[in-house]
Ligand binder design. Structure first.
Ligand code: CP
Ligand code: NVA
Length: 324
């Protein structure tokens, strides 16, 4: 089947954060992601990148990211190579800059999931193929891309063919983030600054998002990024309620202490009741029911978490197509 639109090509740039995309890049990817979803549902072949190889470096655990990237590459006609820290020379101390140059000789792009953002940046600096951020301690842009697709699907943003249509639809929605000011929160803030979204966050004291990221997003003077001390206030009248775990990967030793510090920051029925009646609940998963989200909310009628997880596949196909 012919492309419904010309596949976007972002050249040889990296995707370490949303700032790496050109103006309108998020909107273009979201439109293409939705086309990929339709093509897959119609069982139409969409192998637009035959013979391409994605190297996937995982220094943290993953279910969704690994599965969705690997299947995306298969369905695009290419191949994904999994390289875990364990079982490779990474765990034995081989420098990431050496891994970058070796994989560049084999792969057409590299995805990395790691701890410090600087490690992903070092990989990108030494790779001569595009590098995609599959989660760092600082950012998780691939997930927020899928989250935006989920919002666009629910709030009817896919009618138009122009970037501004989907942009306008996303701007008409009001967003809330409840919980840790972590990698997910930071990527939502970047998206809010770039797309001009109205985002209210409620994070416990001492767990605010990265201040530089907030400053840069606000400097666009697009959208509105506000902080509330009360989660109920942040959620009030909002269309999208998002949350994530209290302790991210690498913070396991703090988990017990965090459970105390995050008391009252659970996305529960009270918060949903105060949100817009059509509100959707998002969680990137894995979820800890009874901690950051209650079982009745994640399993309830407002929850779109399974659709959100599925959208990782479609959104990443758009991303891979543009970077390969
Ligand atoms: N949401 C997400 O990135 O999930 P995984 O950790 O399973 O990849
Ligand atoms: N904030 C979580 C997201 C997992 C997908 C973490 O970094 O562990």
């Amino acid at each position: 089947m012919e492309h419904l639109i010309s596949p976007p090509g972002f050249g040889r740039r990296h995707f370490l954060s949303f700032w790496d995309l050109p103006d309108g890049g998020i909107e273009t990817l979201l439109r293409r992601a939705e086309e990929f979803r339709l093509l897959r549902n119609l069982r139409e072949s969409h192998a637009t990148r035959p013979g391409r190889v994605l190297g996937m470096v995982f220094e943290k655990a993953s279910t969704r990211t690994r599965a969705s990237f690997e299947i995306a590459m298969f369905e695009l006609g290419g191949h994904a190579l999994y390289l875990g820290a364990q079982g490779s020379h990474l765990e034995r101390g081989e420098p990431i800059r050496d891994t970058a140059r070796v994989l560049s000789g084999y792969c057409h792009a590299i995805m990395i999931r790691t701890f410090a953002q600087q490690r992903a940046e070092e990989l990108a600096a030494y790779a001569n193929v595009p590098v995609i951020n599959g989660l760092t301690d600082l950012l998780h842009p691939c997930q927020v891309l899928a989250d935006l697709q989920t919002v666009a699907q629910r709030f009817g943003a896919h009618g138009g063919t122009h970037g501004s249509d989907i942009g306008r639809a996303l701007q008409a929605v009001r967003y809330a983030w409840i919980g840790d000011g972590n990698n997910m929160a930071n990527s939502w803030i970047e998206a809010a600054g770039i797309l001009g979204l109205d985002l209210a966050l409620a994070c416990p004291p001492g767990h605010s998002p990265n201040a530089d990221i907030v400053r840069r997003a606000r400097a666009t003077e697009r959208g509105k990024i506000t902080f509330c001390s009360d989660p109920i206030e942040a959620a009030r009248g909002r269309h999208v309620l998002s949350t994530d775990v209290f302790a991210s990967m690498g913070q396991e030793a703090e988990a017990e202490q965090r459970r105390g510090e995050f008391a009252g920051y659970c996305l529960d029925a009270r918060l949903v009741a105060g949100a817009d009646p059509a509100a959707i609940v998002l969680h990137c998963l894995p979820a800890h029911r009874g901690e950051e989200i209650t079982d009745d909310v994640i399993e309830g009628p407002h929850s779109l978490v399974w659709r959100q997880a599925e959208n990782r596949l479609h959104a990443q196909k758009a991303l891979l197509e543009s970077f390969l």
